[in-house]
Design a protein. Structure first.
Length: 279
């Protein structure tokens, strides 16, 4: 009887000693294409329900979107059921202009800290700089995983589509801000549409500090190499401009989701990027 009791207590002790948080978590980056009434069959109202269905199907713990306007951000929040968001519009720091919104599973996470900075020489206020055509932002948040108590940081950005100097300097600024805000020891995920290919200076600036999930996961990459289709269903997707970078996590897998609407058209003009990691 004593041996049975001792064995039970040993097993219980080992079980309690195991890390609470050991499961693989899923993250996503998704340029959802802004609500443009001139998009015809690809306009927001035609694809919004299938976009929400795609997100709910893959169930990311956190995902960053690009180009979302207030009505789109609110629609995803209201229709998804389990997600809330952090972020502001880039034009006024409130609700005007595109968001780099960070959506998070409000049942599994607690939002601890949030903020936004502009990709400029005056990041603390609404601004654009260098050769950028438009104001650009990076939103960030710190989360606590409710069932483990562990925390991590999530950054989400959208780089300028015109300014080469702006993209390179934006990358340098983001690295500086991640070091300043998150420190060097915390798990960090950075998502975004960087409007830059892998060998370009902006990406090299980022990967001087963070790692590109595309080439560092335990499982082989899956999906088309490119992430931008422009809604062209016959396009060969070769240019990778949407990324997920990481720091202090174990990268498991990365894929570019090549899903279509029921009518065969794209859900957005960019592919979602799906990353699974453990930390």
């Amino acid at each position: 009887m004593n041996k049975i009791l001792i064995s039970f207590l040993v097993c219980l002790t080992v079980s309690i000693a195991q890390p609470v948080f050991a499961q693989v978590q899923t993250f996503m980056s998704y340029n959802i294409r802004y609500n443009n009434s001139n998009d015809g069959v690809n306009r927001w109202d035609e694809r919004k329900d299938e976009l929400v269905a795609l997100i709910n199907n893959y169930e990311p713990l956190v995902f960053g979107i690009q180009e979302g306007l207030l009505d789109q951000v609110q629609y995803i929040r209201d229709q998804s059921g389990v997600y809330d968001y952090s972020g502001v519009g880039r034009d006024d720091g409130k609700d005007k202009g595109e968001f780099a919104a960070i959506f998070y599973n409000k049942q599994e996470l607690t939002l601890l800290t949030e903020g936004t900075f502009w990709l400029s020489e005056t990041p603390e206020k609404v601004s654009k700089d260098w050769d950028a055509a438009l104001p650009r932002i990076c939103s960030y948040a710190q989360f606590k995983i409710n069932d483990s108590g562990k925390t991590f940081w999530f950054f989400n950005a959208h780089f300028d589509h015109i300014g080469k100097v702006a993209r390179a300097n934006s990358a340098t600024l983001i690295v500086q801000k991640i070091k300043e805000i998150a420190g060097s020891a915390s798990p960090v995920i950075l998502t975004g549409d960087f409007n830059a290919t892998p060998s370009s200076q902006p990406i090299l600036n980022i990967t001087s500090y963070l790692k590109d999930a595309f080439s560092n996961t335990q499982k082989a990459f899956y999906g088309p190499i490119g992430t931008f289709s422009g809604f062209n269903t016959s396009a060969k997707l070769e240019d990778r401009i949407d990324y997920i970078f990481y720091l202090n996590v174990t990268p498991k897998s990365l894929s570019h989701i090549d899903d279509r609407r029921q009518n065969g058209l794209w859900v957005s003009d960019h592919l979602p990027v799906l990353f699974q990691a453990q930390f």
